[in-house]
Design a protein around this ligand. Structure first.
Ligand SMILES: Nc1ncnc2c1ncn2[C@@H]1O[C@H](COP(=O)(O)OP(=O)(O)OP(=O)(O)O)[C@@H](O)[C@H]1O
Length: 951
């Protein structure tokens, strides 16, 4: 057998010495020009370096592919096989399909005159690479270079037999198919390159389909096999519809309407094949129906895309059909070869068929190229070229890389076919890098086909799908896709090669598409992109969920912190409230203690209490033994002021005490805001005491006088004398003075410096006393002082004054002040400074000066801040000054009345009573026992007063 690389008649060039009979001719020497993409460096011809006699192409034993393992089911590359049609001097002769004798015989124009002169343009370098060399004419005109292509799954030299091709290419697919794995083989190549020959062959040289059928029905040798296999076959073609559209024809039936939905064809008749003969008969019958035509390039040129599906269904002996996954489909497709008008010489209808054929071939190539580019660069979207033709739509899953596929490229080796051969190799070279994933997925297509198959008896023999809506739309779609892809390499390829293959009168697909069609196309693309969109949406959803999760956690933390802060705020508020309550309680307790403690005369009030003009008017007239108690209740409403006046004459001191206590207590019960005035006249002494209207004043007074607190008791408004039997008079008084700033054991002294609350220092008090004694005190206000203290001191003073009244003389009064000598009894008055008006002319003698204390030490008798009884003055200016002060006597410091009381009360064992009353008694209803105790306390106090009076 002569090698195709050897050119007949060529002059030998340096024949190797070892092989003088072999001649290697290099038609197209290597150039230094820039290599084309995807093209390897040109290699010397496969046999040129071999000095041995030219051997035949590697046989089956030598081919490693025969020993290759079956393709991996996980992920495998697109298998691209290359078969070179041999230079055949008879190639121009009539093409006969001996295997399928029904194929019509055409009468092609022989090219015998050129056959003998044909030179192969392709040289097989090795089982996986070839070198294509342009003819001399093209080389010189277009500066075409020699091209080498490698990476094929297998290169079948021209002399390779059908059996060898089957063993190396088809057998693995069939074996996998028998095992339940689907596969597909597509024959692609220019017209007359041997596609049909390879697929179907001839009776003498059967192709892949007959060989596969024989393989399928070979006995497996599995005696104990529990499975029985059933094979089904469908054959249909996709052809041109009057040169404008596409149609699907079922080659196994007649007249039945079939349609295609996405990648599923409905209405196809599926025939059961039980043996090889029957199968071959069915296939031969189908081939008779296939559209063929005689062209210049091929006497029996296929005018349609023929698809053969062989489905395998497995059953066990129990008759249960296998699952869907057990169904496998082996698909073999014989495409119509692209052709050039000048080579085919077709006109009219055939010209339209040629356009359809070329377009389909181009779309198929674009789909594979888009898949390749998408897999190489995932960012590049996978184009939807499959929508442009029925064939590609049917093969969508394969063209998207979801199902495996094998290509058999057939090329012609003649020099004049260099352009077609070079184009096919250039186009298909990248396909070898395409990978298929998901081959392990169950083949549902076969199941679909099985379920959709119609009964053969009911099927018409042949269907025409001219009414099929797909062709027109697909045609438009194809035009759109075509125009879209012409911008890059596809355009160049189209211009350089495809256009040349198109008939001159063929209409090139229009590139301008209407907007509506574009919109429809976009909608289709949207539908097609639905899975991608779903994935994108899921990813976005996942991202948003994660983001929301993070935000949620952050907000949760903030919420917990806010909650803690709120709790802390609540705690602080609770503490504040507690402290406030505690403060109030302490204040009340302090007040209570002060009011019940004889040593503490401090009267503290809240800042909101208004200042009260308090006064104590205390006069004692012992001679008359009269107790005159006046309680004036003053309200904010001037008309509601009450004045409770009690005047009672008593005959003895005991009566005075009880009477005073009774009246005072009655007034206290009448109104806490009463002004209290006690006028006691015992003998020739008169004692007047006025209490402030504030409750504190009453309490203070009450505590000192009655030894009992009545701060919480208030007399309802409108109380009358009947309600207070002790009161002789109850009347309204419009004078209402707000209570506040009661001094702590302090008094307002005329001319003395006062602090904010009217407190005066001890020395100031002393000086004031001096002024009082000297009769120079002129002031208009005297705050409330403890009545008991004052009373005690006043009584003491009045007693002493009474003793010394005979010694007093008006001449002795300082500053020439007149002293009322007409008064029979010394009058001791304690009144507010406003009411105190010591006249400048009040006579005051040394003898008349009251002796405010006994002869004890001054500290014991000293009046501290509150022992200010020195502002004693006659209440009424018209009355003579009751004080008969003796200026000659040394001025003595007054002793605080509280000190005196405390001292005396200690002697009277009153501490326990004070202690018990100072703790935790507030807010509790007073019992009768306590009332009795208070009475007892008051009794003690009065006893003390009494003792002072008699001192
Ligand atoms: N490998 C081969 N060995 C011998 N003869 C071949 C070979 N390949 C093709 N031929 C012959 O070439 C002629 C054309 O082959 P074939 O019809 O298969 O081409 P094709 O690719 O199918 O063309 P078209 O696409 O137009 O149908 C046939 O007569 C066939 O016998």
């Amino acid at each position: 057998m002569q090698s195709p690389a050897v050119k007949k008649g060529a002059e030998p060039q340096s024949p190797p010495s070892t092989c003088p009979y072999s001649v290697t001719v290099r038609r197209n020497p290597h150039r230094t020009a820039r290599p084309t993409p995807k093209r390897t460096a040109a290699l010397p011809p496969f046999h040129s370096r071999n000095t041995d006699p030219i051997s035949e192409f590697p046989t089956q034993e030598d081919l490693p592919s025969t020993k290759e393992t079956p393709p991996s089911s996980e992920s495998e590359d697109l298998k691209v096989f290359l078969r070179i049609r041999p230079l055949n001097s008879k190639s121009a002769s009539l093409k006969t399909v001996s295997g399928f004798s029904s194929k019509k015989k055409a009468s092609p124009k022989p090219r015998d005159n050129q056959l003998n002169k044909s030179v192969s343009c392709i040289v097989v370098n090795d089982p996986r690479s070839v070198t294509v060399s342009p003819p001399t004419a093209l080389r010189d005109a277009r500066r075409t270079k020699t091209e080498s292509y490698q990476g094929f799954s297998r290169v079948f030299a021209p002399e390779t037999s059908q059996g060898q091709v089957y063993e190396m290419m088809m057998k693995p697919l069939v074996e996998d198919f028998i095992k339940g794995k689907s596969g597909m083989l597509v024959a692609l190549g220019p017209t007359g390159s041997g596609k049909t020959h390879t697929v179907f062959g001839c009776p003498r040289d059967p192709g892949m389909v007959p060989l596969a059928l024989r393989h399928m029905f070979q006995p497996t040798g599995e005696v104990h096999s529990t499975l029985s296999r059933s094979f089904y076959i469908t054959i249909f073609e996709i052809s041109s519809e009057r040169g404008k559209g596409e149609k699907i024809l079922d080659l196994l039936s007649d007249g039945t309407d079939i349609s295609i939905y996405q990648s599923t064809i409905k209405g196809l008749q599926e025939m059961v094949i039980s043996n090889v003969a029957q199968a071959e008969s069915v296939i031969a019958s189908a081939m008779l129906k296939r559209s063929t035509a005689m062209t210049k390039a091929n006497s029996q040129s296929s005018r349609s895309q023929c698809i053969i599906n062989i489905r395998l269904d497995t059953q066990n002996f129990e008759g249960q059909s296998g699952t869907l996954s057990d169904s496998a489909v082996l698909t073999i497709i014989d495409l119509a070869g692209a052709e050039r008008e000048k080579n085919t010489g077709l006109q009219g209808k055939r010209l339209g068929e040629s356009s359809f054929i070329n377009n389909t071939s181009m779309v198929f190539g674009l789909c594979l190229r888009s898949l390749f580019e998408h897999q190489r660069n995932p960012k590049k979207p996978l184009q939807k070229h499959f929508q442009s033709s029925l064939l590609t739509r049917y093969l969508r899953e394969h063209l998207e890389g979801k199902k495996r596929m094998s290509l058999i490229l057939t090329v012609k080796s003649e020099e004049e076919d260099y352009t077609d051969t070079s184009f096919v190799l250039r186009q298909a070279s990248p396909y070898m890098q395409i990978k298929f994933t998901g081959n392990t997925q169950p083949d549902l297509l076969g199941a679909k086909r099985q379920s959709q198959a119609l009964a053969r008896s009911d099927q018409a023999k042949r269907l025409k799908v001219g009414h099929f809506t797909g062709p027109k739309a697909d045609r438009k779609g194809f035009e759109t896709e075509t125009g879209r892809q012409l911008d890059e390499e596809g355009a160049a390829i189209f211009k350089e090669n495809i256009e040349e293959s198109l008939p001159q009168n063929a209409q090139v697909p229009a590139l301008d598409v209407k907007e509506k069609e574009k919109e429809k196309e976009k909608e289709k693309e949207k539908d097609d992109d639905a899975p991608c969109n779903i994935n994108e949406s899921q990813r976005s959803t996942q991202i948003m969920q994660n983001f929301a999760k993070v935000i949620w956690n952050v907000l949760k933390e903030y919420k917990s912190k806010l909650k803690e802060a709120d709790n802390e705020i609540d705690n602080l508020r609770g503490n504040m409230d507690f402290e406030k309550a505690r403060r109030l309680e302490l204040e009340k307790e302090i007040l209570y203690l002060k009011t019940n403690c004889s040593c503490s005369k401090k009267i503290s009030v809240d800042s909101d209490l208004v200042e009260v003009d308090t006064y104590v008017e205390f006069s004692a007239e012992r001679s008359q033994k009269k107790v005159d108690i006046t309680c004036i209740a003053e309200e904010t409403n001037p008309t509601d002021n009450l004045i409770c006046h009690t005047s009672q004459f008593i005959d003895s001191e005991s009566e005075f005490n009880s009477s005073a206590e009774h009246n005072l207590e009655t007034c206290l019960q009448s109104d806490c805001n009463a002004r209290f005035t006690i006028s006691q006249m015992v003998g020739d002494s008169r004692m007047n005491a006025s209490l402030p209207e504030s409750s504190a004043g009453f309490d203070n007074y009450s505590s000192c006088l009655r030894d009992s607190a009545r701060d919480d008791e208030q007399v309802p408004e409108g109380v009358t004398s009947a309600d207070n039997p002790g009161s002789n008079t109850i009347k309204k008084d419009k004078t209402m003075e707000p209570t506040s700033a009661l001094t702590d054991r302090s008094c307002y002294f005329p001319g003395a410096s006062h602090d904010k609350h009217g407190l005066v220092e001890q020395k100031e008090i002393d000086s004031s006393i001096k002024l009082v004694e000297s009769g120079s005190i002129q002031n208009d206000q005297v705050p409330f002082a403890t009545i008991a203290d004052e009373a005690s001191i006043l009584l003491q003073s009045s007693q002493k004054e009474h003793e010394q009244k005979t010694e007093s003389s008006p001449d002795n009064m300082p500053n020439g002040k007149n002293v009322d000598h007409s008064s029979e009894a010394p009058k001791l008055a304690v009144s507010p400074i406003s009411s105190i008006n010591i006249k400048d002319d009040c006579p005051q003698s040394e003898a008349g000066k009251p002796k405010l204390h006994n002869n004890e030490t001054e500290d014991e008798k000293a009046c501290d801040a509150n022992g200010s009884m020195g502002y004693m003055e006659q209440k009424d200016d018209t009355k003579p000054c009751p004080l008969r002060l003796n200026n000659t006597k040394p001025k003595r410091r007054l002793m605080p009345a509280s000190t005196v009381l405390l001292r005396d009360m200690r002697l009277l064992d009153l501490e326990d009573e004070f202690d018990t009353r100072s703790k935790g008694r507030r807010g509790r209803k007073k019992t009768d026992a306590e009332e009795n105790q208070r009475t007892q306390g008051s009794t003690n106090l009065l006893r003390l007063l009494k003792s002072n009076l008699h001192r």
